[in-house]
Ligand binder design. Sequence first.
Ligand SMILES: [Zn+2]
Ligand SMILES: [Zn+2]
Length: 684
Amino acid sequence: MIKLGNKKRSKWIITSAWPYVNAIPHLGNLIGSTLSADVFARFLRMKGEEVVFVSGSDSHGTPVSIEAKKLKVPAEELAFKYHKIIKDLHEKWQISFDNYTITHNPIHIEFVQKMYLDIQKNGYIIEKENESLYCETDDLFLPDRFVEGTCPHCNFEDARGDQCDYCQKLLTPLELIKPKCAVCGNTPTVKKTKHWYLDLPRLQNRLRDLIEKNEIIPVNARQMCLNSIDEGLPERAITRDLEWGIPAPFKNAEGKTIYVWFEAVLGYITAVKEWAEKIINEPDKFEYFWNDSNTKTVYFIGKDNIIFHLIVFPALILAYNDNKKEGKKLVLPYNVSSTEWLMYENTKFSKSRGIGIWIDDALKLAPLDYWRFNLIYNRPEKSDASFLWSEFENNIKMLNDVIGNFIHRSLTFINKQFNSTIPKRIELDNIDKDFILKIEEISGKIGGLLENFELRKALREIVNFGREGNIFLNDKAPWHLIKKNKNAAGQVFNLCAQAVYALAILLGPFIPETSNKILNFLNVNEPIEELSWYSIKDNVLKEGHKLKIPEPLFQKLDITELISKLETVKKTEKGEKELVSYEEFKKLDIRVALIENIEKVPKADKLYKLSIDLGNEKRTLVAGLAEYYKPDDLKGKKIIVLTNLEPRKLKGILSEGMLLAAVDGDNVSILVPDKDLPLGARIE
Ligand SMILES: [Zn+2]
Ligand SMILES: [Zn+2]
């Protein structure tokens, strides 16, 4: 049911930076690339544009090869194992990739080798023997990240051999002051080796021209690139002395592989090729997207990747395109959407120090859409931002108070007073007309911000739109109106229902799962992915349309509980377990009990109220088993209960103990004694 607007459809290639295969991304990585790209791609699809959204795992990085060496397994095996984990995680985050691939695939390898040979044929590759850093201890040449030291430009002490993280300048290993081997920490020596270089100086003027003419790229990115060009681009080594990677295709380059960053960016091209050939079985779609100069390519990246995407990558494309006919040239970057850093509680994320939240752990703590909402709401768009637990709590509270409440109030009222049926419109007053105008204008307003890559502001404006809904409701006070004039109250909710539909559409790119829930309440059959951004103006919910019964969309977060949960998760991952003494264990009074009766707890989907018999006394327990057991499967069962746990109230019912069960994700099994034991028998 996607309807096209009046605009002509454009072709878009949306990409996000390639994560290293061996590291689970953290929240900062996600918002800096994948999640932002997903919001944009979803928005474009809803607009009816032609979109292919790709990324993949950067598999030829040095850490994988080092780890594989240590584990004595092939690097390839390790890379694919990690790739699967990251791919699955992106699916759980509902990142709507058309293809999430890995650079270690035949289509990529073949294309990269061919592209480099073409670049060489066009005269942009220089062969040079020169000096390189070499670690005697590891018997290893030390390219890019294999060497660390002090930046010669800004004196930052943790600069890497390819780039300084502090001033962002591109470096070569020999420029580093006080270089150290990244594997063993020893000071390397210098040894002669032959390498192949990209002649960036020859492309310098064309690159400058390209950047100066591109009016879309952000000002800071443009300035960073122009500064870099003004200082003079160095010839950059394409090959390195490492065995893990794509074999360099040049004559006499046996044993050398292609520099990982130079080939990983080409993954944007080959991921589309693979998608066309293997996923949709329309091989022509590759050239259709990549060889059309009107295709808009957008790269979602962190700020450390700007130079690679606006200088190195275009340089490769320019060098390749020489002597290619129109229709065979690769399209140059249209734009980058780069973010600043996301910090964690005002410090840098650090795996080794356990600071931060990783995207696998996050989903164990809170629902997906809470994370998506919070991350985009605080997207480090123009300056660094920090993930703060207190802010997370407040943002979800606001989401609930503003949007959740507006939707719930509106739909419950229609449900109760109008038998879940959209009431009719009568004569409109100025407040109504004003509100209708807001509904009609909102998709254009949010769309404009998104087209400008202002994701954060767009989401904030959607929340403001929710506020307008609440203001409208309060101004109209239909709960009073209904006593005098039911039709007038009905009209208020006719308009509110349109606003609820608008919210479902607007939130679609950001929190799609929530959008689908709202659409379900509205009894709209299409999922959000099939609805048009422009459908808000179509007045989809006509008078007489039946709605379903709404449920609350969001719940308050208990941050203290989440933080302690995260600590437990991290400890479990590290294999750390707290030891309990035998005396401590003896304090637990665990006994056999019989389930005599079982009831559902009202307004709690997951809870049962159990009446149990412990032999010499009867008690009440509240247990979260409703999703895993039917009442009849539990009634009459003998179970194991911890009886001296402090009683606590759940949904108003005092629970006097805890039933023991084995849990593995959604697989839950209550413990039962495997012989017939008297009630009250003690577990020791
Ligand atoms: Zn520096
Ligand atoms: Zn070493």
